[in-house]
Ligand binder design. Structure first.
Ligand code: ATP
Ligand code: MG
Length: 561
């Protein structure tokens, strides 16, 4: 299959097509991806990135990368860099259009002052608890704050002193004066600014003691940058009236259109940054780039290609319907990619030694093996064949019926890319465990079946003297529940962690051609799955991660589950 197919079609692109046809925004398309630098990006963010950058590309527009950095308590410059790396790795380029909401702190402050002067914002001294009580419920209207009718002069004075750092955290906020009886809770005099004393912001240092809220910052940042279509996830639908209110009540000559789409949920994992942060901080995974994490960094380390993630995002599409995507769908995209593009290699995960008794002790034959069975253009590599080799323990049985098309005592099997061997003897230790097999090979069987005998089974192998020791990590789903954080049955998502999500095999052997492999290289290990070289891999201490198996193991789980 081709991974980069035709351009996706979705309701947002229909809206943009109509806008262009009507010459709205002068026919321009400017989007933005606005992450908060409080964690690494995950596959859900990839959906938003592919949508926003993809639209900019296809409509010859621009997509801005804007860090939505209004909560310095949770943010960090390391996250800024990780996010930049991930967006680039996914294949997108914001060019000169890198922004921070904190770049606009002065302008945001000035717009807040404009609202105060117009009698549309006020400083409120209610505590957080009181504010909650005054807000009312979905069924009952809220009550006006006793501070709602402060004079403009008093509000200006208090707001300036909030900025100057005169008041403690939580003692006062600036609120919009909208409608305490609105059926939309977001319109019941929402907070615009809060006090954050003495925190050092990663971009602005100690310059500010007050920080603007998302609902105030976002529309203004969008407008200042000339965004045309502000695409966000569905939970912001109820915030859209506030987005529009802010822009309608300040002096600004741009009013982007907010359009909502449904967020990506992926089964058997969690996607909230708070929870991902917890997994990292509690040591439940090895870090943000743990190959079991749904983060871009984790998927990359696991062996996913950027093209496969983009393709996944295209396949799931963009709609307004709530959805929960099966993990098998994500895995199918990388399997399709690697099936086409990953060179084949041999690796033995559970080694069992074979001595080929009729093969000379010091002989080494350089056999040639294709890198891809269907793609000659991918070339070939040489495989050293020697008297001692390893096969996988699973590929041998002392007795078996005809269905077992591998090596059986007294029977023949083909070694992939090499000869047919027959097993004549099984060597066991005192505990009765098989430790070695004695076999003979037929020198007339290289690349062809022996005359008059059909050898059906083919197994993989690695030369014992020329193979390279390696550590191989096998991964399973991180959680053993399809929706780990649904909160149902009062079970915390952390109690649903799959205890067997990581299996480390320390004593594997891989073929000699893998000796110089570098981090991020991807392969199919024949009959075992798709693997990539880990970043911790070094010459003499190779480490591989299994990206996915050869077939969809999720289908079975779904049926059984
Ligand atoms: P949190 O989990 O803390 O609420 P967030 O995932 O919303 O944070 P942001 O950094 O605010 O994190 O997200 C940046 C952009 O990515 C937003 O526009 C958001 O709508 C989008 N986004 C986040 N999660 C998903 C998701 N699962 N599917 C699609 N888009 C997402
Ligand atoms: Mg968010």
């Amino acid at each position: 299959m081709s991974l980069e197919g035709s351009k996706p079609v979705n309701f947002i692109r229909h809206i943009i097509d109509a806008d262009i046809a009507a010459n709205k925004n002068g026919g321009k398309v400017v989007t933005r991806f606005p992450p908060e630098p409080n964690g690494f990006l995950h596959i859900g963010h990839a959906k938003s990135i592919v949508l926003n950058f993809g639209i900019a590309e296809d409509y010859q527009g621009q997509c801005h990368l804007r860090f939505d950095d209004t909560n310095p308590l949770k943010e960090d410059v390391d996250f800024v860099h990780a996010i930049e790396d991930d967006v680039k790795w996914l294949g997108y380029d914001w060019g000169e259009n890198l922004y921070f909401s904190s770049d606009y702190f002065q302008q945001l402050y000035d717009f807040a002052v404009e609202l105060i002067k117009a009698g549309k914002a006020y400083v409120c001294d209610l505590s957080a608890e009181e504010t909650r009580q005054y807000r009312g419920t979905l069924k009952e209207p809220g009550k006006a704050s006793p501070y709602r009718d402060r004079s403009v002069e008093e509000n200006l004075d208090l707001f300036a002193r909030m900025k100057a750092g005169e008041f403690g955290d939580g003692s006062r906020v600036l609120r919009a004066k909208i409608d305490m009886a609105s059926p939309n809770m977001n319109m019941r005099d929402p907070t615009l600014y809060r006090i954050r004393h003495g925190v050092i912001h990663h971009q602005t240092g100690a310059a500010w003691s007050i920080y603007p809220m998302y609902d105030f910052t976002h529309p203004i940042s969008d407008a200042l940058e000339g965004i045309t279509h502000s695409l966000c996830t569905l939970e912001f639908e109820d915030h859209r009236p506030l987005y529009d209110w802010v822009l309608d009540n300040i002096t600004i000559d741009c009013h982007p259109q907010q359009i909502e789409f449904s967020r990506l949920n992926l089964q058997y994992t969690v996607m909230s940054k708070r929870k991902l942060t917890e997994l990292v901080n509690d040591g439940l995974v090895s870090g943000w780039d743990d190959p079991r994490m749904p983060t871009i960094a984790g998927l990359r380390r696991r062996g996913y290609t950027a093209a496969s993630i983009r393709e996944f995002c295209d396949r799931i599409g963009v709609t307004r319907a709530d959805n929960s995507v099966e993990m098998g769908m994500l895995e199918a995209t990388i399997r399709d990619d690697l099936n086409e593009n990953a060179p084949r290699r041999m690796a033995v995960l559970h080694p069992l030694k074979i001595i080929i008794e009729n093969y000379p002790e010091d002989k080494v034959e350089e056999l040639s093996a294709p890198n891809h069975p269907q793609k000659e253009e991918m070339g070939s590599r040489t495989l050293p064949f020697t008297r001692e080799i390893y096969i996988d323990r699973e590929d041998f049985r002392e007795e078996a019926n005809k269905k077992f098309k591998r090596l059986v005592l007294g029977k023949e099997v083909r070694l992939r890319n090499a000869y047919v061997i027959r097993c004549d003897e099984v060597i066991k230790n005192d505990a009765g465990e098989i430790i070695e097999l004695r076999c003979v090979y037929d020198e007339n069987t290289l690349g062809k079946n022996p005359e008059g005998r059909k050898v059906k089974g083919v197994i993989h192998w690695v030369s014992a003297s020329h193979g390279v020791p390696a550590k191989i990590c096998l991964y399973d789903r991180l959680f053993n529940h399809p929706t780990p954080d649904d909160g149902k049955d009062g079970v915390d998502y952390k109690q649903r962690i799959n205890p067997d999500s990581l299996q480390v095999l320390d004593d594997c052997f891989v073929e000699a051609s893998l000796a110089g492999t570098e981090a991020g290289e991807r392969f199919q290990f024949e009959r075992e799955g798709y693997f990539c070289t880990d970043v911790d891999s070094a010459a003499g201490a190779l480490v591989f991660n299994r990206t996915v198996g050869l077939r969809d193991s999720w289908a079975k789980i779904e049926q059984a589950g």
